[in-house]
Each structure stands twice: as structure tokens, then as C-alpha cells.
Design a protein around this ligand. Structure first.
Ligand SMILES: Nc1c(NC[C@H](O)[C@H](O)[C@H](O)CO)[nH]c(=O)[nH]c1=O
Ligand SMILES: CC(=O)[C@@H](O)COP(=O)(O)O
Length: 172
């Protein structure tokens, strides 16, 4: 099923792992920030709705989607303070948020391929911290709007659910 016909924002909290003690990082690209800020809001609202503590959700900003690779690796390799705990701890999952929209040249293809490959590699490194791919790769701005809180829901919410599930898998 393509995105069309699927609500990216739909989830059933009763079927999710307990997220109340999870720590999740979100790296947000500044390119197309009208889209990426909506994706971030969707992810943040969903994580909070699923019981996460707001102080256990951490954010980095990067210039563009290609820099998501570096920003997510920095998240994987960093420790963060945790509510109610004295020692800092690593994250349970990272979400990479970006919006790539096709222009006149082949640059779209190289950015999309590069960030996809880079994030794939981050899921294979020694940190063993999952990185969720929340990067829209659209032909038009209208497609991006539809997937960041529009008629197809919010991919940020979908990514938050994936992060919770993968964080639980990491803990097993
Ligand atoms: N055209 C888009 C870009 N391009 C910028 C690259 O991501 C990168 O920041 C630059 O090449 C410097 O390394 N980035 C997006 O996220 N979205 C685009 O549509
Ligand atoms: C995804 C891109 O890099 C693209 O938006 C840049 O536009 P252009 O190909 O017209 O330079």
C-alpha cells in the first residue's frame, strides 16, 4: 500500500511497549523547515502521547538532510541527563527528520541516496542504537505537505511509533 490510502498518524497505544522510561533523540534538518518543523511536532506530540517524559526527548538541528548522518551519529555517541537520575545515559533510539524536494537537477537523487545509505550504515554501527528514517523524498512541495500533517497524516508520528518499537527491541 502506498502512503495514499494510509493514515501515517494512526497508532494504537494499547499495542505499544511502555515508553515512559525511554530516551529518544531527534535530529531535524533546517532545509524546507516548514515541512520539517511539522514532522518534528508530529513526532514530539506522539512520543508525549505515548507516555514519554518531555525531558527525555533531545533535539539537534542540522543544515540539511545530508547532515542528518553526522547529527544522528553524534546523538548515538553522546550521553544525556535523565529525569530523576544523577548519571547521564545513552539514548534508546534516534529519529532523523528531513524533507528533500526534487529541483531542476540530479542533486535530489544524490542527496536522497546519500542520506538513505548513511542512515542505513548508522543502524549497523557499534553503538547498536536504532536510527529511524523520517526523511520525506518528494517530487513536489504539495506531496511533502500532505505527509507532514496533511491529508495523509504525519510521517513524524509514524517515526515516533517506530522509534518506540525499536527502542523496546534494543532493550531485549
Ligand atoms: N535540496 C535539499 C537539500 N540540499 C542540501 C543538502 O542536504 C546539504 O545540506 C548540502 O548539500 C550541504 O552538504 N537538503 C534537504 O534537506 N532538502 C532539500 O530539498
Ligand atoms: C534536493 C535538492 O538538492 C534540490 O532541491 C536542489 O534543487 P536544484 O536541483 O534545482 O539545484
Amino acid at each position: 500500500m502506498a502512503t495514499a490510502g494510509k493514515d501515517l498518524s494512526h497508532y494504537d497505544k494499547s499495542k505499544l511497549p511502555d515508553a515512559s522510561k525511554m530516551r529518544i533523540g531527534i535530529v531535524v534538518s533546517e532545509w524546507n523547515d516548514d515541512i520539517t518543523e511539522n514532522l518534528y511536532k508530529g513526532a514530539l506530540d506522539t512520543l508525549l502521547d505515548c507516555g514519554m517524559h518531555k525531558d527525555a526527548i533531545y533535539r539537534y538541528d542540522v543544515p540539511g538532510s545530508f547532515e542528518l548522518i553526522y547529527g544522528c551519529r553524534k546523538m548515538q555517541e553522546s550521553t544525556f541527563s535523565v529525569p530523576g537520575k544523577r548519571q547521564k545515559r545513552v539514548l534508546d533510539a534516534v529519529i532523523a527528520i528531513g524533507s528533500v524536494i526534487r529541483g531542476e537537477t540530479a542533486h535530489f537523487d544524490f542527496v536522497c541516496q546519500g542520506v538513505t545509505s548513511g542512515i542505513k550504515d548508522l543502524n549497523l554501527n557499534k553503538t547498536r542504537i536504532p536510527v529511524i528514517f523520517c526523511v520525506l523524498t518528494d517530487d513536489t512541495h504539495a506531496q511533502s505537505v500532505a505527509r507532514s500533517g496533511g491529508i495523509h497524516g504525519n510521517k513524524g508520528s509514524e517515526a515516533a511509533i517506530a522509534a518506540i518499537k525499536m527502542a523496546a527491541l534494543k532493550a531485549n
